[in-house]
Ligand binder design. Structure first.
Ligand SMILES: *Cc1c(COP(=O)(O)O)cnc(C)c1O
Length: 382
């Protein structure tokens, strides 16, 4: 071949050095090996082993959650929470989320009823919840979208007035604090994901946090086939237990979470400074009183920008920058939901507008300053 060279290829175009929306953080492997050795010595691989118990205790304290029950992933955390709550009928929820939120409702044979989101935080709007409640409503399923807490005070008041269970899909909200207190202190159940793409990962994993010991017991049963003890199996349950290997990874990740949060905050600050004067690009503000985890960097592409949201998304791709349109399409537009009356786009104008304008830019702990500058420059040049 003419011009062939030896050695590693040089990046000639941005496509040779792609930047994806996220890249999982991993602690040094040398720190994990001794934990694996402990597992090999003990031969306790799962079923609430020592690492599992230690991680539940440490997370309860770190998250300000009264009780923690670890699960295989965030999706099963939602499923077992909905089961443990013993719900039937309708669950009022948001159309502006990842599919797991409403799929869990449907899989538990409940009916999702969509309520619109509020424009300032894109979280379910308490006024819209109130309007969606019927005699068949048994629960509110809010999502702390991008880690920004729902209006937990208003939601608690609505739930108390109507006798409803409050469940939060807190998949994005690991380590988020509201007025100095962990957001997991709120709600009857909160479900978090430790997926590779989330702010805190155990490769795959998740947890249900509960307000009461009785609710934790119900979750613990549901995630272990409904078994209470050797002879008592009073309910149907699934297998949603976290293994010792994932729990060990969680303990190690927890030691490094301060670093992860600081590095994410650095990227967040660089974006906000670099994009401040770009007309038509509006980063979502962090609400007052919130200590965020910077798990996402959503911007809304307005009419003042020379390209549409999809135009910017495609332009960035040509520069080797892979942003994501979280959350587009709206859940209410998917085939299994769109025929329900509350899925009418006229009922969900704020969510519809956000889904058409939002773009999540790459953010992760080892995204270097020059890479962030490259992304900012690509947006400015669009
Ligand atoms: C990631 C995510 C989930 C699912 O979590 P898994 O651990 O991937 O099963 C649920 N809800 C939301 C909002 C998510 O972003």
């Amino acid at each position: 071949m003419v011009g062939a060279r030896t050695g590693p290829p040089l990046p000639e175009t941005p496509l040779d050095d792609p930047i994806y929306v996220t890249r999982p953080f991993l602690p040094p492997l040398a720190e994990f090996v001794p934990m694996l050795e402990r597992i090999w010595e003990r031969r306790v691989l799962t079923n609430s082993g020592p690492f599992h118990q230690e991680l539940e205790a440490r997370l309860a304290s770190f998250l300000d959650a009264p009780h923690v029950s670890l699960t295989t992933n965030g999706m099963l955390a939602l499923s077992v929470a909905l089961e443990a709550a013993g719900l039937e009928g309708e669950v009022v929820t948001t159309p502006y989320s990842f599919v797991a939120t409403t799929h869990s409702v449907l899989l538990e044979k409940l009916t999702p009823v969509f309520a619109d989101v509020a424009p300032h935080d894109l979280n379910i709007d308490p006024a819209a919840i109130e309007a969606a409640i019927t005699p068949r409503t048994t629960a509110i399923l809010g999502v702390h979208c991008y880690g920004n807490p729902c209006d937990v005070v208003a939601i608690e008041a609505i739930a108390a007035r109507h006798g409803l269970t409050v469940i939060y899909d807190a998949a994005h909200a690991f380590g988020v604090r509201l007025h100095g207190r962990g957001v997991f202190a709120h709600g009857d159940y909160s479900c978090v994901s430790f997926h590779a793409t989330k702010a805190f990962n155990t490769f795959e994993g998740g947890a249900v946090t509960t307000g009461t010991a009785a609710a934790k017991l119900a979750v613990d049963g549901r995630k272990n086939f409904g078994i209470v003890d050797e002879v008592r199996i009073p309910t149907v349950g699934t297998n949603a237990k976290m293994s010792e290997m994932n729990a060990a990874m969680g303990l190690l990740q927890l030691d490094h979470f301060g670093h992860v949060r600081r590095e994410r905050a650095r990227v967040d600050a660089l974006y906000r400074a670099g994009l401040a004067d770009v007309a038509g690009i509006a980063p979502l503000a962090v609400p007052l009183g919130v200590e965020p985890n910077h798990s996402y960097f959503p911007v809304l592409v307005g009419d003042g920008f020379p390209r549409s949201r999809d135009g910017l998304y495609e332009h960035l791709k040509t520069q080797g920058i892979y942003s994501r349109r979280y959350f587009f399409p709206l859940l209410s537009s998917l085939p299994m939901y769109r025929d329900t009356p509350s899925a009418d786009p006229a009922n969900l104008p704020v969510a519809g507008d956000a889904a058409a304008r939002v773009l999540c830019l790459p953010i992760y702990p080892d995204l270097a300053d020059p890479q962030v500058e490259r992304i900012v420059a690509a947006i400015r040049a669009a």
